[in-house]
Design a protein around this ligand. Sequence first.
Ligand code: TMP
Length: 210
Amino acid sequence: MNKGLFITLEGPDGSGKTTIATAIVKKLEEQGWEVVHTREPGGVRIAEEIRNVILDPENTEMDVKTEALLYAASRRQHLTEKVIPALRENKVVLCERFLDSSLAYQGFGREIGFDAVYEINRFAIGSYMPDLTLYLDIDEEKGLERIKDRSFKDRLDVESVAFHHRVVQGYKEVLKRFPERIRIVNADQTVEEVLHDCMQIIEEALNGDR
Ligand code: TMP
């Protein structure tokens, strides 16, 4: 049985996940929680290697189903090697991106469809789902504006505006499917404000009945 709390952070590119995750971890640690901050794709050696293959801008010939399977494979490795052991040790796991990213990016962005992507991910993760997901809500133009000056752009960053638009529409569909697990946070605010809103939701989950 899980004793810890599995929190995921979702949102389109440029929604500020890493900045907010780092600030959340600092707050939780100040409150005495043991926190594992991690990310997908990646987080452990094998999954980071898969990440490099998926995001390499040179890999232009990658088939969309290959891409979806690689995300699911990296998810499986990261989950079994890092997330599940940490939850068993009663830690809080804060993971940037998880299943919902595949549903939005591969299901809708790549147009494979929700059901097909959900199915391969059920194989990858079994019954493991996040206890809580925070969705950093920002429209795709603002998100892309925020990342436009990044020195390194990966294979998905350089996708068309139409692709990123489908991703955001996809996330809206995902929000409708999992209304109890996913909480929406307005990411078009200052870092302090976004952090404040996230902490309110997380503290509620940590202090509630689990
Ligand atoms: P990051 O920039 O948040 O580290 O994520 C890398 C890219 O991978 C980002 O553009 C979103 C994408 N992605 C998917 O397309 N599907 C997935 O399942 C995950 C976890 C990420």
